[in-house]
Design a protein around this ligand. Structure first.
Ligand code: FES
Length: 89
């Protein structure tokens, strides 16, 4: 398996997660290593990357980026169309 620099996010998936979020605070995984995509599970601790805080005021549907390269993170902006699929080790 190839090493990825600790300041570069992994591509967790080449499509967003679309879900309805209730009001509250969420932590979006920015490093791509979480097993709880699209949310943080603490896996970023081995990297220099921090999760992104997402505050939801009213219940709404969101499309959260899983390629981790969106220009509008944590939301999907279509950048995943330019990403390579996740490769097997
Ligand atoms: S999943 Fe769509 S821009 Fe990352």
């Amino acid at each position: 398996m190839s090493e990825t620099p600790s300041d570069k996010p992994l591509v967790a998936s080449c499509e967003p997660t679309v879900l309805t979020l209730e009001p509250g605070i969420y932590w979006w995984c920015a490093c791509g290593r979480s097993k709880e995509q699209p949310f943080c599970d603490g896996s970023h601790e081995i990297t220099d990357i921090k999760p992104v805080k997402l505050r939801i005021a009213d219940t709404r549907e969101v499309a959260l980026c899983n390629c981790k390269h969106s220009g509008g993170r944590p939301y999907c902006d279509g950048t995943h169309h330019t990403m390579k699929p996740v490769s097997s080790p």
